[in-house]
Design a protein around this ligand. Structure first.
Ligand code: 3PG
Length: 307
């Protein structure tokens, strides 16, 4: 009998867990759950005898993969898979997957909400600015970026876009101008919404020089990953450009230094909440469970992310 572990330091909504367990048990698998675990040791112990693992942002590094002697497949229920050690997965013959697109609407809605929050003075009763007629740069043209583009158009914004990882970007069917380079994207964006993955190419790529190209009064909205920001550059930007604003769903390492110092211009959610909706949890969790069943029953590897 196949054993599947759902290991989530940040648990899925109960409706999602119920459906995931139902799908896996229906397939005849045994389901183990490890939620809100306090130490890595608990995860290392729980993975020992499982054939499949479902996680969210939980770190699946070499230590976890070494401990998981029976593991054949790990699914990141979500989009970004920078928490999985893909090299070790490949080395051990394990399949790693994500569930692309399943939580994209939740993240896109949060990005738009954050943009409104910042343009209206963090709802503190001051005079703000409207979004209609302003330009939003969508940096990263995957499922989330495309959804942001569509909603922004509904708000009457001009949308421009660029993807650092895809050479031939298409934003069809939306009326979006795909710009030529990153300097053009930054210099034309009143609002810049980040939807790029954290990888060797993108880490610290949003740096002072790039941010400083942004127009007066510009705002960066980061619902992607903190690693893509050059945090010293962000601090310098906030210090040297009193018109610049930054909002994030993933607190930078220097959050304590920034919070409170730049009133109205800096904000970070206390805990990452982009994919924290019951709909997104159900979508991503169910997709993960179904992908595991498809993998074991018919060898399906459609969403594989390692070589
Ligand atoms: C993702 O990559 O799918 C999002 O960042 C969601 O991450 P989470 O599952 O940790 O909320």
């Amino acid at each position: 009998m196949k054993r599947v572990l759902i290991a989530t330091e940040k648990p899925f909504a109960p409706a999602a867990v119920n459906q995931m367990v139902g799908i896996l048990e229906q397939a005849g698998y045994e389901v183990k759950r490890l939620e809100k675990y306090a130490s890595k040791a608990e995860l290392l112990d729980a993975v020992k005898d499982v054939n499949a693992l479902i996680v969210r942002s939980d770190i699946v590094d070499r230590a976890v993969l070494d401990a998981a002697k029976e593991l054949q497949v790990v699914v990141r229920a979500g989009s970004g898979f920078d928490n999985l050690d893909l090299v070790t997965c490949t080395e051990k013959g394990m399949v790693a997957m994500n569930t692309p697109g399943q939580n994209s609407n939740a993240v896109a809605e949060l990005a738009i909400g954050m943009m409104i929050f910042m343009s209206r003075g963090q709802f503190k009763g001051v005079s703000g600015t409207e979004l209609k007629g302003k330009t939003i740069g969508v940096y990263g043209c995957g499922n989330i970026g495309r959804r942001v583009a569509r909603i922004a158009q509904g708000l009457g914004m001009k949308v421009i876009a660029l993807d650092p990882c895809i050479t031939k970007v298409s934003m069809e069917p939306y009326d979006v101008k795909v710009v030529q380079n990153v300097a053009e994207l930054f210099s034309e964006s009143d609002f810049l919404s980040l939807h790029i993955p954290a990888n060797e190419k993108t880490k610290k790529s949003v740096n002072f020089d790039m941010m400083n190209k942004m127009p007066k009064g510009a705002t960066i909205i980061n619902t992607a990953r903190k690693e893509v920001i050059d945090e010293d550059g962000l601090k310098k930007m906030l210090e040297e450009r009193p018109d610049f604003k930054y909002i994030s769903d993933i607190a930078p390492t220097n959050h304590d230094e920034l919070a409170g110092k730049f009133d109205f211009r800096y904000y970070s959610t206390p805990k990452k909440q982009g994919a924290e909706t019951s709909e997104a949890n159900v979508n991503a969790g169910v997709a993960a469970a179904e992908q595991i069943v498809a993998f074991f029953e018919s060898g399906d590897q459609a969403y594989r992310v390692n070589k």
